[in-house]
Design a protein around this ligand. Structure first.
Ligand code: SF4
Length: 363
C-alpha cells in the first residue's frame, strides 16, 4: 500500500536492481574539535528479502550509518556525502519532508532501548494505530484490528487487552516486541534493527532474534541487523559487513566470513565471542587498545595500532578493499589472516616480541 504522506515515488515495484544501494557514503559531524568522521566512505548493496549484519565495536559508525541511510540525523552540524539509492531512486539528498513519506512504510527501525523509543504516556495500541492512520489510508476500526493482530503476531499474550496498556506495564522483552510491532505496522520493505537485544537477558535475546528472523521471512523484508556481537549475526545474516573506525574493513557472505575471515579485526572480534566448548571461567580475549580518534584518524590502516599483524607499510598506505577467495568477499588488509603474507607478518611480530607468542597463526 502506498503511503498517503509520500510526496514523491521512491522507485517502482518493477525495479530489478538491489533494493538499497549505498555508494561511498560519508557522515561527518562538526564539533568544536573539528570534523568527526563517523562514517567515512561506506558502500554496499542489499537485496530484497536478505539480511545484512553490520558488526563492530561501539563508536565504529554502524548506528550512525543506519540513521544516515534513513535520514534520521538532524541536518545541523552533519555533513553527508555519497549516494543512497532506494529501489532505484536517489534518497541521499532527500529532504526530511520527503523521507517522512518512506519512514514506516518503506523503511523502519527497531531501536536498542524501547523505553526511550516508545512514547511512555501513550497506550501501545494507539502508538501502532497512529502510525497506520498517519501513513496509510485506513479506517479507525481497521487500524484497531490491525494493532491487535500485530501484537498477536509478535507474541504478546492477550493482545486485545494489552493494546490498552502503557509501555511501563510490559517487561523489557515484551516492550521490544511492542517496538517491533510498531516498526512493522506499515509493512516496511527494509527493517533496521539497531542492537535490538543489547538491553535484554540472554534467553529473551534469543527469542527476540528468532522473532525478527520469523517476521523477516514471512514478510520477505530486507533487514539490516546492527550489532557489536559477531555471534548475534552468525546464522542469521546472509552477509556480514565488519566496520572499524568509520569504514567497512571486511564484507562477505556469512559462511565465507566465518570459514575464512581475512581481516585481523574480524579475527579479533571472533576470538572475543564466548565459546560453549570452553570450560567455565575461561578468560575471554579482548582487543587491546582503543579505536582511533576520528577527528584526526591515523594515516594508513586505522587498525594498525591494535593489530598483531601490522608491518611498517600499514601506517603509511591505506589498504583498499579488495576481493578475497570468492567474488563477494572483500577485505582491506595488506597482510590478510590465513594467507602466506599474513602468516609471515604475524610470525615476524612474534619473533620480535611485538605480539604474544601464543597468538594463533591463520584463520
Ligand atoms: Fe591493517 Fe596492516 Fe593489520 Fe592489515 S595487517 S589490519 S593492513 S594493520
Amino acid at each position: 500500500m502506498r503511503s498517503k504522506k509520500t510526496t514523491r515515488d521512491f522507485g517502482t515495484d518493477s525495479y530489478a536492481g538491489p533494493l538499497l544501494e549505498v555508494n561511498d557514503v560519508a557522515t561527518h559531524f562538526k564539533t568544536p574539535r573539528g570534523l568527526v568522521r563517523a562514517v567515512d566512505g561506506v558502500s554496499f548493496t542489499l537485496e530484497r528479502g536478505k539480511t545484512l549484519g553490520i558488526v563492530g565495536e561501539s563508536g565504529c559508525g554502524k548506528s550512525v550509518l543506519s540513521k544516515s541511510i534513513m535520514g534520521l540525523l538532524p541536518p545541523r552540524n552533519v555533513v553527508r556525502s555519497g549516494s543512497i539509492r532506494y529501489n532505484g531512486e536517489e534518497i541521499g539528498s532527500a529532504k526530511a519532508s520527503e523521507m517522512a513519506g518512506i519512514w514506516g512504510t518503506e523503511m523502519s527501525m527497531v531501536f536498542q532501548d524501547p523505553m526511550t523509543a516508545l512514547n511512555p504516556v501513550m497506550k501501545v495500541g494507539k502508538q501502532i494505530t497512529e502510525s497506520l492512520r498517519y501513513h496509510l489510508d485506513v479506517s479507525k476500526s481497521f487500524a484497531n484490528e490491525t494493532a491487535t493482530e500485530l501484537l498477536r503476531s509478535v507474541g504478546i499474550p492477550e493482545p486485545a487487552r494489552r493494546v490498552s496498556q502503557y509501555p511501563f506495564e510490559f517487561s523489557g522483552g515484551m516492550r521490544q516486541r511492542v517496538m517491533l510491532a510498531v516498526a512493522l505496522a506499515c509493512g516496511p520493505k527494509i527493517l533496521f534493527a539497531d542492537e535490538p537485544t543489547t538491553a535484554l537477558d540472554v534467553t529473551i535475546q534469543a527469542q527476540i532474534l528468532d522473532l525478527l528472523d520469523e517476521q523477516q521471512r514471512e514478510r520477505f523484508m530486507a533487514m539490516i541487523l546492527v550489532t557489536h556481537d559477531l555471534g548475534v549475526v552468525a546464522g542469521r545474516a546472509d552477509e556480514i559487513a565488519v566496520m572499524y573506525a568509520g569504514k567497512i574493513v571486511e564484507k562477505a557472505p556469512t559462511r565465507a566470513l566465518f570459514s575464512s575471515m581475512r581481516h585481523p579485526y574480524t579475527e579479533a572480534l571472533f576470538k572475543s565471542i564466548p565459546k560453549l566448548a570452553l570450560p567455565s571461567h575461561s578468560h575471554l580475549e579482548s582487543i587491546p587498545g582503543r579505536p582511533p580518534d576520528l577527528v584526526d584518524p591515523p594515516a594508513g590502516c586505522r587498525f594498525a595500532a591494535r593489530c598483531p599483524y601490522a608491518q611498517p607499510i600499514c601506517t603509511e598506505v591505506e589498504p583498499p578493499l579488495i576481493q578475497q577467495d570468492e567474488l563477494a568477499h572483500v577485505a582491506a588488509c595488506h597482510f590478510p589472516v590465513g594467507t602466506e603474507a599474513g602468516n609471515e607478518a604475524l610470525a615476524r611480530n612474534k619473533a620480535a616480541g611485538v605480539v604474544a607468542a601464543d597468538s594463533k597463526v591463520g584463520g
